[in-house]
Ligand binder design. Structure first.
Ligand code: NAP
Ligand code: MG
Length: 463
């Protein structure tokens, strides 16, 4: 794909509608070349999309659950058929190396769609409490505002549970990675969703994002991105008292307890480095802090340096999303105890050397701020209680990992980590489990049963 991709029309009310705001260019962060030109929505087109979603809500919310689940299964099959196209687009606008583009960026959201279809069919939309029937009903029109780090996944985890619940959706994808969203709109069209149920309006956060957030036609805003913008969205949504789901930043810790064998320690370090560097370090749950028993530090430093050396920029490690993001990440690469070795960077593209810092001060900027790049900070604990204390020394509370040989006590230790997710001993992602953050990492939960529940109102009918 070297030709310029053009997306001249937005997807509104089941139709392709030219965007009348000025077009926006899309850059390939691996080549620094313009790779696409996409239409942008004016306020008039955004309003059209909102009215279409509002109209479609009456019939979509009344559509039997089994039919909504079937529609999602058709969407799954269309995306699966076009998986290579999606992976190519993600490689092109987000820079992920092709194998990762397929495995992480396409296969994971596919499993989320399949699991959501199953979850909604089993969901208890009605229950009883004494003389009351409790009815759970879709909230209405959901505005989805998504970031560029996982151009397909971040859309799917919002839009699919909302549609399953019976809500209709207006999507504003990240201006840096809109091409995937246009392909997704074609997939919705091919899957035969009724007009107005899913609408795509591309544009900037400041224009389209704010219009959606403030609109009285929107009943719920589902946002993923920075904590700063999340705060602003919550404040704007308060004017019309609409609900928000916010998936924000993180500074997740990988906690190695003192009982681990040398073998488990080696796995813990290897998996933590790989998780921290996944997607160029641009994932919200990146394990960017590694907390280890002080007496194991020399061993950990060696293991981490060896693991980092395998992330050659340009092959295994993709670029950062933009020149601005590279500048931001480089601002963290200050003098310190660096235990990784420098790697050669490609001539073009927004690459940085994957870096491991050791003996990091737990209150330093390196240990406290979300970097969103391939930078790991190792810290030492004097005891297991101290390790948990360090893990919780954060304004964030998104993810985390725990490593122990005492699997009987793993759940109790995990309960003491104040985050929405904890993975014990390298356990895999569960595409049906709730996903979200404590503290300043967000509000609400996405994916599966809890993602559906997040966009439902609750009614009590007394009999
Ligand atoms: P961002 O500014 O929070 O952008 C996320 C989305 O929100 C984009 O679609 C953006 O539109 C939109 N937006 C921006 N300002 C808005 C506003 N005032 N009202 C409504 N929508 C608005 O994130 P970013 O600038 O791309 O990335 C900055 C940092 O955020 C990263 O370095 C990282 O720390 C964090 N981040 C976290 C995640 C995550 O998964 N939790 C994902 C991405 C980034 P535009 O298209 O115009 O930008
Ligand atoms: Mg921004």
């Amino acid at each position: 794909m070297t030709d310029l991709l053009r997306e001249p029309a937005l997807y509104i009310d089941g139709d392709w509608v030219p965007g009348t705001a000025e077009d926006c260019e899309v850059e390939n962060p691996a080549t620094e070349q313009t790779t696409g030109v996409v239409a942008q929505a004016s306020p008039h087109e955004v309003e059209g999309a909102l009215e279409a979603a509002h109209r479609a809500f009456a019939s979509w919310s009344a559509t039997p659950v089994a039919e909504r689940a079937d529609a999602l299964r058709r969407l799954h099959d269309v995306i699966a058929e076009r998986a290579e196209t999606f992976a190519e687009l993600i490689n092109r606008e987000q820079g992920s190396p092709p194998p990762l583009a397929r495995k992480l960026h396409v296969d994971v959201p596919l499993s989320v769609i399949a699991q959501t279809a199953a979850a909604v069919e089993e969901f208890a939309f009605r229950s009883r409490i004494g003389n009351s029937v409790i009815i759970r009903e879709p909230v209405g029109v959901v505005a989805a505002i998504t970031p560029w780090n996982l151009p397909l996944h971040q859309i799917i985890v919002k839009v699919v549970p909302a549609l399953a619940a019976g809500c209709t959706v207006v999507l504003k994808p990240a201006a840096l990675t809109p091409l995937t969203a246009f392909e997704l709109a074609r997939a919705f069209d091919a899957a035969g969703f009724p007009a107005g149920v899913f609408n795509l309006v591309a544009g900037s956060g400041r224009d389209v994002g704010e219009q959606l957030t403030k609109s009285p036609l929107v009943d719920h805003v589902s946002f993923t991105g920075s904590t700063a913008v999340g705060r602003r969205i919550a404040a704007m949504a308060a004017e019309t008292l609409k609900g928000v789901t916010l998936e924000l930043g993180g500074k997740s810790a990988s906690v190695v307890l003192s009982d681990v064998s040398d073998e488990r320690l080696a796995t813990a370090v290897k998996v933590t480095v790989a998780n921290c560097y996944l997607n160029g370090g641009q994932t919200c749950t990146a394990l960017s802090r590694l907390i280890v028993p002080a007496n194991r530090l020399p061993q950990v430093e060696q293991l981490a340096a060896a693991a980092a050396a395998k992330f050659q920029p340009g092959t295994r490690l993709g670029p950062l999303i933009s020149a601005g993001q590279r500048k931001e990440v480089e601002s963290f690469l200050t003098p310190g105890k660096v235990v990784s070795s420098p790697l050669e960077l490609p001539d073009r593209g927004y690459y940085v050397t994957p870096t491991v810092y050791s003996d990091v001060d737990p209150d330093s900027r390196l240990a406290q701020e979300e970097i969103f790049g391939p930078v790991l900070s190792i810290m030492t604990a004097e005891s297991d209680d101290h390790a948990i204390e360090l893990a919780n020394n954060s304004i964030y509370g998104l993810g985390g990992a725990l490593w122990t040989d005492d699997t009987d006590r793993a759940t109790e230790w995990s309960a003491r980590i104040r985050t929405g997710q904890v993975d014990v001993n390298g356990a895999p992602f569960n595409p049906r489990a709730p996903f979200g953050g404590y503290k300043q990492s967000g509000i609400g939960r996405e994916i599966g049963d809890y993602g559906i529940a997040d966009v439902l109102e609750i009614k009590a009918v007394q009999l």
